[in-house]
Design a protein around this ligand. Sequence first.
Ligand SMILES: C[S@@+](CC[C@H](N)C(=O)[O-])C[C@H]1O[C@@H](n2cnc3c(N)ncnc32)[C@H](O)[C@@H]1O
Length: 286
Amino acid sequence: MKNYRAIADTYRDDLQSYYDQDESRQLFLLAFSHITGMKSAQFGLMQQSTPNSAMTEQFLSILAELATGRPIQHILGKADFYGESFYVNAHTLIPRPETEELVDLIIRNHPDSGLRVLDVGTGSGCIAISLAKHLSGSTVSAIDISADAVAVARRNADHLEVDVQFVIADILEWDLILQADQQFDIIVSNPPYITPKEQAEMHPNVLRHEPHTALFVEEHNPLLFYNAIADLAKVHLAVGGVLYFEINQYLGPETVDLLQKKGFTSVELLQDINGADRMIRASIKN
Ligand SMILES: C[S@@+](CC[C@H](N)C(=O)[O-])C[C@H]1O[C@@H](n2cnc3c(N)ncnc32)[C@H](O)[C@@H]1O
């Protein structure tokens, strides 16, 4: 029987064609925590121990699936986001660390309670649910075109014990969805923003396993969703309200320009932890 160290080495060797050493180490550690219930930091102490045969089988079955290119989050059925575990499946984008940065920015900027929040393109519900959990007394609504994604988001909201109103609708027809007088203090969106040309840069796993409706926009109209959501925000953002976007890192200035042309007077382009243009905070000062 192999000890944990040897199993970690097998992960590294067998996953070479899909992942570099750091990535396969992270994947092993996620499997380690999932199977043993221990924190990944405990691996160091456990390296020389040997898991029982049922656990060893679980390690190997996860490895076999990883070797087909299936993302670990789909294999385990969950992804960590902002301190919580979210159910995910093939219908939802796997929540990304950049999006955690956006959520953190919003939470830090809004200590006030009782805010009305709208999340557009909610996917697994990770943004809406994290905001509902951390913005005290908030009322959160979330929209997605995918009924399958909304089913997952609803399951996450139940499991994490927050109240979010989910709506299945096409945001490009936003004027048919919202009541004319509905107002929000925060509108947030991480909409699809990857152009077909950028596919070449993407990990094959993402392309094969994550929903394309969550990822891609047409080459000739990469800001389609930003344009529609900015129009929505102009009508439905309350006085003093703020619009937050996660953006395509290559389209920062263009997205800022679009918002300024629409009449947003304060538009800030913010960088993620890797220094890439990744977030926008915009409002209309009277
Ligand atoms: C990039 S994903 C973001 C998911 C989640 N908010 C997150 O940050 O992980 C974009 C989401 O927008 C949804 N979407 C795509 N087109 C849409 C449309 N026309 N109207 C509403 N939602 C749409 C997709 O189904 C997907 O869940």
